[in-house]
Structures are given as structure tokens and as C-alpha cells.
Design a protein around this ligand. Structure first.
Ligand code: PEP
Length: 259
């Protein structure tokens, strides 16, 4: 799947380990590195976001593999009295280069709203991290025909105004598709991704908006990756469950192998 135009972004396949994994799991990153060869590296970027306890050892394990390591959240603050939080410069110091923000599990479990996610993204970007901002509708919002309105509101509310295409990634993750084995139709994914693309062009300017990577996330597996990743304006995937095992994660990445 070669880039279609000079502005088409290089795909990214990102793994979100959520609250899974201990040091024994780092072996999976070593195995991923073994099949991330020159052809794949040319065609697709890979990222693993382990829990914060594993950030530093994961970054150490990934050294020399070209697999990037990222966090699953970061604070809008840089330091201070914020018990339990991890700041973006701590992520950077641990060897992380990206951070997932506004995942639906954080929006639900921690009642995170768009304005907070925007602050987190601004702070992460100012620190030098790439912010992966997640958006997506719930099942009831989809059934009410509100998918595009919800995604557009989250997008406008959660992304920093001055972000450039290299500092920002958007992940469209329908909440009802996460961890359920359900996926939207290709037509539905295409509609949402085109809407996101058009809004990014309005917000960031035509060229920058064209170059932002828009990932699809929600039950991406080896058996559906080819279909989902070939949809227009899908520039990679955010993968949960299937990122825990190297064999599944790399089978998804293989979608981007030349020829
Ligand atoms: C996710 O957690 O971002 C996700 C997409 O999970 P899964 O792939 O397991 O649906």
C-alpha cells in the first residue's frame, strides 16, 4: 500500500496495552522487532503504549528495533502535587515519544472532557511528544444518528489550535467497537474519516490537515486489518487486544508490506 500523494501521511500502527502487562510481557516487543524489517519500516511506523510502569523498560527493550514507545495518558501539568499522575516530560524522560489522550476508557472511567484533553494535548506537544487524540461515538449516539456531530464536537474541542501535522495523530474509535469484536462498515468508517479530514483542513489549514494521520481503532484484528486499513483516509490503526501478542500485532502491520 504505497503512499498515494506527497501529502499522504506514512501509516502508523499503534498498540494500546491498556492495564495489561508486566516485565515478562516485554518479550513481545523483542519478537515484534525481529519481523519489523527494512521493507515494513519504510512503509509503516510502529508504536507500543504499555502501562506507565513499563515505559522505561519497554523503551530500553525497543532500542534498535525502530519501534516507538508511548504512554496511555499524561497530565496537563509538568510537575507538582498531582498524586498518581504522570507528566509529559516524565514520559519523554522514560523514552516515550507519543501519548494517547482522550481514550474512551479515560473519558468514561475518569470523566475526562474535551477541554481537559485539549490541555493535555497542548502540554504534551509543548514537551515534544506526539499527541494521539481519540474521538468516537457511543452505541446510543450512533443509533440516534449523532455519530458525525459527536466526533466533530470532540475533534474541535480536543485538539490544540496551533498543532502541526507532525505533532498530532487522530484516532477514530467507535466506543461500541472497542473490545467487542464489532466493527463499523467500510462505508461508515470512510464517512467518518473523510469528515475528520475535512475538519482538520479547516482547523489547521489545507496542507497540514491533509498530512495528519487518522487511525481507525476498535476490534482491529489480523483477519479484518486489510479491509479496514485500505479505506480512504485511514492512515493506520490503534489496536488494543491484538497488540498484546507480537504474532497478532505484526500480522496487522504486515498489511503494509510492499507487493
Ligand atoms: C483500544 O483500546 O483502543 C482498542 C481499539 O481496543 P480493541 O482493539 O481491543 O478493540
Amino acid at each position: 500500500m504505497p503512499p498515494k500523494s506527497i501529502l499522504t501521511p506514512k501509516p502508523l500502527v499503534a498498540g494500546n496495552w491498556k492495564m495489561n502487562g508486566t516485565r515478562a510481557s516485554l518479550h513481545e516487543i523483542t519478537v515484534m522487532g525481529l519481523s519489523y524489517d527494512a521493507d515494513l519500516r519504510r512503509n509503516v511506523d510502529l508504536l507500543i503504549c504499555p502501562p506507565s510502569t513499563l515505559l522505561y523498560p519497554a523503551a530500553t527493550t525497543a532500542l534498535g528495533t525502530a519501534i516507538a514507545i508511548g504512554a496511555q495518558d499524561s497530565s496537563p501539568k509538568i510537575s507538582g502535587a498531582h498524586t498518581g499522575d504522570v507528566s509529559p516530560n516524565m514520559v519523554l524522560d522514560s523514552g516515550g515519544s507519543m501519548v494517547i489522550l482522550g481514550h474512551s476508557e479515560r473519558r468514561t472511567d475518569h470523566l475526562e472532557k474535551d477541554a481537559l484533553i485539549e490541555q493535555k494535548a497542548s502540554s504534551a506537544i509543548a514537551t515534544g511528544l506526539v499527541a494521539i487524540v481519540c474521538v468516537g461515538e457511543t452505541s446510543s449516539e450512533r443509533q440516534a444518528g449523532r455519530t458525525l456531530a459527536v466526533v466533530r464536537r470532540q475533534l474541535r474541542g480536543s485538539i490544540p489550535r496551533n498543532a502541526t501535522a507532525l505533532q498530532l495523530v487522530i484516532a477514530y474509535e467507535p466506543v461500541w467497537a472497542i473490545g467487542t469484536g464489532l466493527t463499523p462498515t467500510a462505508t461508515d468508517v470512510a464517512e467518518v474519516h473523510l469528515t475528520i479530514r475535512n475538519d482538520l483542513k479547516k482547523i489547521m489549514g489545507k496542507q497540514q490537515g491533509e498530512m495528519v494521520r487518522i487511525l481507525y481503532g476498535g476490534s482491529v484484528k489480523p483477519n479484518n486489518a486489510k479491509e479496514l486499513l485500505s479505506i480512504d483516509n485511514v492512515n493506520g490503526a490503534l489496536v488494543g487486544g491484538a497488540s498484546l501478542k507480537a504474532i497478532d500485532f505484526m500480522a496487522i502491520a504486515e498489511t503494509y508490506r510492499s507487493g
